[in-house]
Design a protein around this ligand. Structure first.
Ligand code: SAM
Length: 427
């Protein structure tokens, strides 16, 4: 070799779109390509871009491997740059072609730093050289891999440890669990964050204890969705509850949570729970009138199987299945991330329950894009979520159960909406 390095510029066409949009798969493929070519890996950084595409680089002791993907064109541009004799970048080329399921690959090889054009000079490191740098230090490998929950204009990225702990493409959606650095294990459905170990309490305590501490006589509960088990765990803290029926469409969510999120899913084995794997929309359509004191709609965002959980017909059935005096709570999306769904759902609920019986409240959930998340409290009757709260009882309950987000003050404050959000709903 008469140059310092070899730089191979690669074009991969006709790849799998799904693979080219999959950060953990791409990172794993690039690491494999580096390792098997004989390189020593130092660090990797991979990001997902909106709405599609992944960019990343693997820094190796012998230079780098870099990638940019365009899943919508089934195309990836890859750079393989290696120095010295020990690494063969063509090994990386073949591995990546297979991993990305490319129909066609082409490459141009450039010699970088042609020796006949270079003049070597002696560098005296002088004072820069200290005893530490003289020792042979083997490089420490670091990874920088990010999960991104996004729409076309807003994204929230959370760094995780790189490997996917759980992945399954179920008949309904893709279900994944990542181990994040800041938030513990995190469940995602179709690339949307569902919950994380560290901040799930905000969501589950607020969707459950707000209705249950306003209406202390709740005995029979129906949960739609909620496959991670967090809502059921909170419901069963109320001893008067006699039965909980949970209807979750996707058994993969339940299985993943049972295996990897035990702090959420432990209550799924409680004898008071009947767990039904099925469509919540069909379930309420067929359920008898006036059966439940509380119905909780713990759904994902309004895409895929959850879409119908944001419809008028579904909530008409929910209303019919509630006993008089009963309450329904639903996660109602973010006024800042998903304003249209937030406003439309609240209007739909007002049409069904009546304007005076629907009350929106907010909680702060850092792992959901924008952090500001909406819930709707809907009463079949005139129970008011703030005026009918016995705050002493709520405070005692929160202390006795060591709740981490809910307290009597938060309960009341959650219904005070920022002016702009209030105008969004009522203006
Ligand atoms: N607890 C979560 C959180 O903290 O955001 C809420 C998400 S929970 C995992 C949402 C569940 O609703 C998902 O597991 C999804 O499979 C389920 N789901 C979606 N559509 C459904 C339907 N039509 N019937 C029943 N469950 C549904």
């Amino acid at each position: 070799m008469n140059s310092l390095g070899r730089h191979i510029l690669v074009e991969f066409h006709g790849c799998s779109s799904e693979v080219l949009n999959d950060v953990p798969h791409i990172e794993a493929s690039m690491l494999k390509a580096a390792k098997e070519s004989g390189a020593t890996i130092i660090s990797s950084t991979f990001h997902h871009f909106s709405p599609f595409g992944v960019s990343g680089v693997v820094v190796i002791q012998e230079s780098h491997l870099a990638i940019h993907t365009w899943p919508e064109y089934r195309y990836a541009a890859v750079d393989l740059f290696t120095c010295g004799y020990s690494v063969n970048p063509w090994v990386s080329y073949e591995i990546l072609k297979t991993e990305f399921q490319a129909h066609h690959g082409s490459a141009v090889e450039l010699n970088r730093g042609q020796l006949e054009l270079l003049e070597k000079s002696d560098i005296d490191l002088g004072d820069l050289r200290d005893t530490a740098t003289q020792k042979l230090i083997s490089p420490r490998y670091s990874r920088n891999v990010w999960f991104t929950d996004r729409n076309e204009n807003i994204a929230l990225s959370i760094r995780h440890k790189g490997d996917r702990i759980f992945y399954e493409k179920s008949p309904y959606q893709s279900v994944e669990i990542f181990d994040t650095f800041e938030y513990g294990k995190m469940l995602t459905v179709d690339k949307m964050v569902m919950c994380s170990e560290k901040d799930e309490k905000a969501y589950h305590e607020m969707i459950i204890h707000v209705p249950m501490l306003v209406q202390p006589d709740i005995r029979n509960v129906l949960v739609i969705g909620g496959g991670d088990g967090g809502s059921v765990r909170e419901i069963l803290k109320h001893e008067q509850v006699e039965s909980v029926t949970m209807v979750e469409i996707d058994e993969a969510v339940v299985r993943a949570s049972r295996e990897y999120l035990p702090t959420l899913s432990a209550a799924l084995d409680d004898p008071k729970l009947e767990l039904i794997i099925g469509d919540g929309i069909d379930f309420v359509r067929q359920a008898p009138d006036e059966t439940y004191d509380l119905i909780v709609v713990d759904s994902s965002d309004p895409v895929g199987p959850s879409e119908g959980l944001f419809s008028q017909a579904f909530y008409q059935d929910v209303y019919r299945c509630l006993r008089p005096g009963g309450v329904m709570t639903a996660q109602s999306e973010s006024p800042r991330f998903n304003q249209r769904a937030f406003v439309e759902l609240n209007h739909c609920l007002k049409d069904i329950f009546g304007v005076a019986s629907v009350h929106c409240y907010l909680a702060f959930i850092p792992t959901y894009p924008t952090g500001m998340w909406g819930f709707s409290f809907c009463a079949k009757g005139d129970r008011h979520p703030v005026q009918d709260l016995e705050s002493d009882r709520a405070a005692q309950f929160a202390t006795a159960h060591n709740l981490q987000y809910y307290n009597a003050g938060i309960h009341q404050a959650a219904f005070c909406l920022p002016t702009a959000i209030d105008q969004m709903l009522n203006g």
